[in-house]
Design a protein around this ligand. Structure first.
Ligand code: SF4
Ligand code: SF4
Length: 360
């Protein structure tokens, strides 16, 4: 039996590689110390309006705080990582005031959930096939990409995929941090990999570079201040005190990864799905702000950008124009100031005032 289990582990690793994953590892389905901080983090309000993170189990405990409680049958977690980096510049390297920034992970032509899940299902099938005899009859497996009751990066750490950086991203020594994670929970007891050691050392670049001070302390993020949260998850108006720090970010923010030394030599992905859609790398602000409902649907079909909706995209574009220092946007902002959506109107008024009063 023991030799069969170690064979299964080798089969999982091989099938992950064959499926196109860049990294794969096994973590125990145990409650790691990092998960103990989860309830405190929620209680401090750091999850903002992301209520799905607060999902409770039957006992009224946070689902994501304890895999042992929510999936007591699980013994191991297979964590697979797919590199989505491309050859394009980093946000910290482009400075055109007529253009904004969409996060690197959202440039792709395909929904990354599909790209990761399709590969994950191949690994899950290989795992199920590899298990023989009576173990097969009782085997349970579940694959998740962002949808499981699990804090993926904690298990990625214990699977040896990478360490959790001070910017809270998973970082791999060779691949960097442009990684999508997928997990397979299994009832099979597999020998775990060795957790990746923390290689942040004395570096604090991400903390210093964060324009909204969202990294409160190493490894501690307040989503309410994070541009990623503000541009994607936050509905309605964005707090005025944070708008100047948003710069020209339209959807997400890559700054704390762009400045990370471990991403200096991050390789480009070999997965064809992550070729950027036309126009999404450093997109023209005017194009985004003037996008009709039909064009929004066509451009962002299957894209994570749909999450912020067209009104969120135009709200963000208005704020970005206000931060651009480019007064040529004033007439477009006049149009947005009469928009049907309240948050777009209000952001456009703010942006006009900022452009007219800014001396930058
Ligand atoms: S994503 Fe941007 S705003 Fe959020 S912590 Fe990183 S640098 Fe700060
Ligand atoms: S920038 Fe420095 S401190 Fe931040 S995650 Fe990267 S290595 Fe760690």
């Amino acid at each position: 039996m023991a030799s069969q289990i170690s064979d299964v582990k080798a089969i999982i690793k091989r099938s992950a590689e064959e499926a196109g994953f860049d990294l794969a590892g096994i973590a125990p389905a145990a409650d790691a110390p990092e998960l103990k901080q989860f309830p405190e983090w929620i209680a401090a309000g750091h999850a903002g309006e992301m209520k799905y993170l607060e999902a409770l189990d039957d006992r009224g405990d946070f689902k994501r705080a304890s895999l042992a409680r929510v999936a007591p049958w699980a013994r191991s977690v297979v964590v697979c990582a797919l590199n989505y980096n491309t050859e394009n510049s980093y946000s910290t390297q482009v400075h055109d005031p007529t253009r904004g920034w969409i996060s690197r992970y959202a440039w792709s032509r395909n929904d990354y959930h599909d790209a990761v899940l399709r590969r994950l299902k191949l690994v899950e099938a290989a795992l199920r096939q590899a298990v023989l005899g009576e173990l097969q009859a009782t085997l349970t497996t579940r694959s998740y990409v962002d949808t499981g009751p699990i804090v993926e990066r904690v298990f990625a750490k214990y699977a040896g995929v990478g360490w959790i950086g001070k910017n809270t991203c998973i970082i791999n020594q060779k691949k960097g941090s442009w990684l999508f994670l997928g997990v397979i929970l299994t009832s099979l007891e597999l020998a775990p990999d060795v957790p990746a050691p923390d290689r942040c050392g004395t570096c604090t670049r991400c903390i210093e570079a964060c324009p909204t001070d969202a990294i409160l302390a190493p490894y501690q993020l307040d989503s309410n201040k994070c541009i990623s949260y503000l541009t994607i998850e936050k509905r309605g108006s964005i707090p005025e005190s944070l708008r100047a720090g948003m710069g020209r970010h339209i959807f997400g923010c890559d700054i704390c990864q762009d400045v990370c030394p471990w991403n200096r030599k991050a390789p480009a992905s070999t997965a064809p799905e992550f070729d950027p859609r036309p126009g999404l790398v450093n997109p023209a602000l005017a194009w985004l702000a003037e996008m009709s409902a039909e064009e929004f649907r066509a451009v962002f079909r299957g894209s994570p950008v749909r999450r912020t909706k067209r009104s969120g995209l135009r709200r963000n574009a208005a704020i970005a124009m206000g931060n651009s220092g480019n007064r040529e946007f004033l007439s477009l902002l006049d149009q947005l100031a009469a928009d049907e959506d309240e948050s777009v109107r209000e952001s456009a008024h703010w942006a006009k005032t900022r452009l007219l009063t800014s001396t930058e």
